[in-house]
Design a protein. Structure first.
Length: 337
């Protein structure tokens, strides 16, 4: 899509200022708050807010609320994001000001990781108890990678992203990834993990799985990993996830097979004790998805009192008629396999 001459001039004006260009370079490394920018840039909050406002008005960046915090990110719009990436690619990374900004950014990230580590350690015991009941995560992650395949695709959404692990393992394949979670503490963990892994093409934000703050018909892949059993209405969550898929897009769900471990309901807030293929298939059908495959991962050793993990793949029934994005600028959506 082309833009008018006036729009292009306004966009260039918004970016053509040293502090705003520094902001764009920083946002290419991940989402940041106003407080982060004031620390990194060494500028007052009003001044930083003015720069951010101009970049927002130009459509070069986006903003989302997370509790009392406001996070900023590069624009979700493909053309605007590509423009920014081409622009900052021409800036010398060895420039003294950019080097100082990156050093201060590392300090900000290090503090995030310390807070995330503290939260994770406080809750690790309960997570480890559940993890000990089923097959190691690595086996399921390998299956997800094999199921998704090796062809790159445009975008993915991870609902209930937790630690951000699914976004991390699939990051080499998508151009833009988004993770949604209600817990600010878990989002802090996810951000720290993604930053530690060097993942810059994914972002996480606060939101409700039943009303995700993202656009519909926009994602080639949606994942719901070990989340459904916490929900009082899993069917509705699947229906909402289906609305976010592009035609022929895929939904991957990982959760437990039916079991009778009542203590998970009583002590760990599980609302559902697993799901059958039939139940998932019915919910997929109601949401306009075809159940293409299911896989089962039985626990190692004696299975008594342990959990079987299931993986289900659904696909949007709508056919992809055409790809509006030129193949010279983006991977064809239709290449998802």
């Amino acid at each position: 899509m082309n833009v008018t001459l006036d729009t292009m001039v306004d966009t260039l004006k918004a970016a053509a200022e040293s502090s705003r260009l520094r902001i764009l370079i920083l946002l290419a490394q991940g989402d940041l708050t106003v407080s982060d920018f004031t620390e990194i840039l060494g500028q007052s909050q009003p001044r930083v807010s003015r720069h951010l406002k101009l970049l927002l008005e130009a459509g070069l960046i986006g903003r989302y609320q997370e509790g009392s915090w406001a996070f900023f990110r590069l624009s979700d719009q493909e053309m605007a994001r590509a423009f920014v990436m081409r622009l900052i690619a021409g800036v010398d990374a060895a420039d003294p000001q950019i080097v100082r900004d990156m050093e201060r950014l590392e300090t900000v990230k290090r503090r995030r990781q310390e807070r995330a580590t503290e939260y994770f350690s406080q809750n690790a015991a309960s997570w480890d108890e559940i993890r000990s009941l089923h097959v190691p995560d690595k086996a399921v992650e390998t299956a997800i990678l094999e199921l998704v395949g090796k062809r790159p695709f445009q975008s993915m959404l991870d609902l209930g992203t937790g630690t951000g692990r699914v976004l991390e393992i699939l990051s080499p394949l998508y151009r833009r990834g988004v993770g949604i979670d209600m817990s600010r503490e878990m989002l802090a963990v996810a951000r720290a993990n993604l930053e530690r892994a060097g993942v810059t093409n994914a972002q996480v934000r606060q939101g409700d799985i039943f009303a995700p703050p993202v656009e519909r018909d926009a994602y080639d892949l949606v994942t719901i990993h070990q989340v459904l059993h916490y929900l009082d209405d899993p069917a509705r969550a699947i229906s909402e996830a289906a609305r976010l898929l592009r035609p022929s897009g895929r939904l991957i769900i990982v959760d437990f097979a039916p079991h009778s471990l009542e203590f998970l309901r009583e002590e760990h807030a599980h609302q559902r004790l697993g799901f059958s293929d039939r139940q998932i298939g019915e919910w997929f059908a109601e949401a306009g998805l075809d159940l293409e495959s299911s896989q089962e991962f039985e626990p190692q050793g004696n299975s008594g009192g342990r959990l079987t993990v299931k993986l289900w793949l659904g696909r949007d029934r709508r056919l992809l008629i055409a790809d509006p994005i030129p193949t010279s600028h983006a991977v064809r959506i239709g290449e998802v396999a």
